[in-house]
Design a protein around this ligand. Structure first.
Ligand SMILES: C[S@@+](CC[C@H](N)C(=O)[O-])C[C@H]1O[C@@H](n2cnc3c(N)ncnc32)[C@H](O)[C@@H]1O
Length: 358
């Protein structure tokens, strides 16, 4: 690896691995691999980097937004000028008060807390309807949807999650949103964009599978809570589907993002009947079932109990080739000789990468 990190793009996203890209790519580039699966792809930043490094890349995630980003960067093949012409037209549209303005737009003096100012949701209403009218192929439509989501992400009135909105308008919410052509790189590898449960995605063989599951907070010092991607980013699903769903609660979330709707087992912080953490059991099952030569697992946060369970899992499934501890605030990486030491650290800026040979 020549030390150059390819440029990637993404929304603000809990658990985004932008800062870990140098370490992930550094580890993978030492291996004899050609096909890679980014199995929990989220923003797809890791998949975007893999594809630019020359690997045949599959991006997979349960969420509809991740599949859209993956299609935009890994699959869509029209020249930039094709998208630019449409995006210029979209930016020039006159906004109007439609469904999005009704439910997500707020006036400067509005009493209700809203994720965007009305002048931007009016543009959103016009642009989103227009995108449907072009009748484009799905990957090309995904480029426009990605561009729209990135533009909205820059003018939001949130702390990053769409479960609640700020009381005072954020400075950036006053800006007029503007769509840009996503930074697309030339596609030179065989790529795929997929929206499957991870257990289905890992059935197909890949030389390397990168696993970056969500970890609920089970840090002993914090109240247990679930990471809930469906509720944090419900708005992106609605922008993509444009399906005017039933909404509930103060944040006007989609009905299917309720906490009672069954979510991913990886988002569980509870222990199961066996006394083990449900998420850890799922990770062990995933490591066992993944059809791959190498697995690269990301791990962050979590308390002592979870770490100790993970330590056991790593030492009893496959051959642990490498364990890396990264302090990304200080940009320092250490190769760990295998000890239990990492399991007792409570430093919240530490991230771990484990390379396993199956
Ligand atoms: C920590 S984030 C991944 C972040 C990603 N590496 C990045 O850099 O943006 C975890 C992702 O797992 C996805 N996810 C949760 N449960 C899943 C499942 N059962 N199958 C596939 N994806 C799942 C979530 O939608 C979320 O995007």
């Amino acid at each position: 690896m020549n030390g150059k990190i390819p440029k990637t793009e993404g929304i603000k996203y809990t658990g985004s691995k932008l800062l870990l890209l140098p370490y992930i790519l550094g580890t993978v580039s030492e291996l004899p691999v050609q096909t890679v699966l980014d199995a929990f792809s989220g923003t797809t930043r890791v998949a975007q980097a893999f594809a630019q490094m020359g690997y045949d890349t599959t991006a997979n995630d349960l969420s509809v937004w991740s599949e859209v980003f993956a299609n935009c960067f890994l699959v869509a093949r029209q020249p930039a000028a094709f998208y630019k012409e449409i995006i210029d037209e979209l930016n020039a549209l006159q906004g109007y008060r439609g469904w999005f303005s009704e439910n997500y737009g707020g006036g400067v003096t509005s009493v209700e807390k809203r994720p965007f100012q009305l002048h931007n949701t009016m543009k959103l209403d016009a642009i989103r309807d227009k995108i449907d009218s072009y009748g484009l192929a799905w990957p090309d439509k995904c480029v426009l949807l990605t561009s729209l989501i990135y533009a909205l992400d820059k003018v939001d009135n949130t702390l990053g999650h769409y479960c609640s909105y700020l009381k005072e308008w954020s400075p950036r919410s006053y800006a007029t949103m503007k769509l840009l052509v996503p930074h697309k790189f030339p596609i030179t590898t065989k790529n795929k964009a997929q929206r499957s449960d991870v257990f289905d995605a890992v059935k197909e063989y890949h030389d390397l599978v990168y696993l970056d599951p969500p970890y609920g907070s089970n840090n002993e010092k914090m109240p247990p809570s679930r990471v809930r991607y469906a509720s944090y980013y419900h708005i992106w699903k609605t922008v993509i589907l444009n399906d005017h769903p039933l909404l509930f609660g103060k944040a006007n979330r989609r009905e299917d993002s309720r906490d009672t709707v069954s979510s991913s087992v990886f988002e569980e912080y509870r222990r199961g009947k066996s006394g083990r953490f449900l998420a850890m059991e799922a990770i062990e099952r995933l490591i066992k079932e993944a059809n791959a030569h190498y697995l690269l697992l990301s791990y962050s946060s979590g308390g002592r109990a979870t770490k100790s369970e993970l330590n056991d899992i790593l030492n009893s499934n496959g051959k642990l080739l490498k364990s890396v501890e990264i302090d990304y605030k200080k940009n320092v990486m250490a190769n760990m000789k295998w000890t239990n030491q990492w399991t007792t650290s409570q430093d919240k800026y530490k991230e771990y990468l484990f390379l396993i040979e199956k």
